[in-house]
Design a protein around this ligand. Structure first.
Ligand code: FAD
Length: 306
């Protein structure tokens, strides 16, 4: 059957281009053997899409130091994808944080996502630097930069960090991190693309030129995402809540809705020229895989020993 080619008539970039897309995936270190199996099934599924990197989070208060390291080390050993290890300033001296970073360097990890972090218990608690620790994400970036030639990514908050007085303060914070050596920013997730575009415009107008990668969260579980968003300073629009209304006992439809919403968001970003997406996977592959497929990614390479 001949496929009609309407591409010239279609204004949407997401229908025409969809090549050269770049993705990265974020995972969290598993707590149980079952979660470990889920994570590795997800990595196995997503790795052939050849992400630019996959990152592994560092639990609040540094609570997952060993598990983050073990997960990153296994990615190095068993796959060909490049891992990025999240690292925070919380509850450790500079020497201890440096030691962790050095141990990453020794096993071949070249990319750190450098964060201030939150105290145990999450953002509700106030961050107090360790007396001999890095006092801020900016200080951590500078410390890592002195230590080794790491690629350093940092966070940024298009709707403002919950502790931030204004978006300008977030822009200033990002600038400080770039001056200290950060080369990529990954955003907190958001649901209204306009929020991201406004932030991007403001950042570019302030002379920030590094990539600011949109963080995309496919809504695997609406209630959980809404709770997380409240703590993280991301707003949940009424339309999003409405789309999940009445579906508490209908996981199949919820998943279809989640895929549709994420696809709509990503297509709008593609239409605006965005080509790199960072997916908060929640250690689940299927929604993210489907969205990646929609934006033109296809399995490329086999991974080592999976
Ligand atoms: P910071 O760089 O500390 O900035 C937060 C706010 O502080 C800024 O918006 C600004 O208002 C203010 N600020 C900081 N520096 C300056 C400055 N120089 N001048 C003016 N104002 C300043 N948490 C974890 O515990 N583990 C993780 O693995 C983790 N991964 C994350 C990944 C991403 C992509 C994101 C977006 C967040 C992540 N977090 C993680 C959450 C993060 O640790 C918390 O949001 C924390 O409260 C802030 O740390 P930060 O490094 O993100 O932000």
């Amino acid at each position: 059957m001949a496929l009609a080619d309407f591409s010239a008539a279609l204004p949407r970039a997401s229908r025409r281009i969809c090549t050269g897309m770049n993705v990265s995936f974020e995972f969290f270190p598993p707590q149980t053997e079952e979660m470990e199996r889920t994570l590795w099934t997800s990595i196995e599924r997503l790795a052939p899409l050849a992400p630019e990197f996959v990152s592994v989070t560092y639990g609040a208060g540094g609570s997952t130091r060993e598990r983050t390291h073990a997960t990153v080390a296994r990615i190095v050993r068993e796959t060909t994808i490049k891992p990025a290890a999240h690292l925070t300033c919380v509850g450790a001296t500079c020497a201890e944080v440096d030691e962790i970073a050095r141990s990453y360097w020794e096993i071949g990890v070249r990319h750190i996502v450098a964060l201030r972090g939150d105290p145990p218990g999450g953002v509700a608690g106030r961050f107090h630097p360790h007396p001999e620790g890095y006092a801020s994400s900016t200080a951590l970036v500078a410390g890592l930069r002195r230590l080794a030639d790491f690629e350093i990514s940092v966070s940024t908050y298009p709707e403002g960090h919950p502790e931030s007085a204004s978006i300008d303060q977030d822009i200033d914070a990002l600038k400080a991190k770039i001056d200290a050596g950060a080369t990529r920013a990954i955003t907190q997730f958001f649901f209204e693309n306009e929020v991201y575009f406004r932030f991007l415009d403001k950042a570019r107008a302030s002379g920030i030129n590094i990539p600011i990668i949109p963080g995309i969260v496919p809504v695997q579980n609406f209630r959980q995402t809404a709770r997380f968003a409240e703590r993280a300073g991301a707003s949940v629009p009424a339309w999003l809540a409405e789309r999940f209304e009445g579906l508490d006992d209908d996981p199949t439809t919820r998943r279809l809705i989640a895929a549709t919403i994420a696809a709509e968001q990503v297509f709008d970003l593609v239409d605006a020229g965005i080509e790199h997406f960072h997916f908060y996977t929640m250690n689940r592959a299927d929604l993210v895989y489907a969205i990646c497929h929609l934006i033109g990614l296809r399995p490329k390479a086999e991974t080592k020993d999976l």
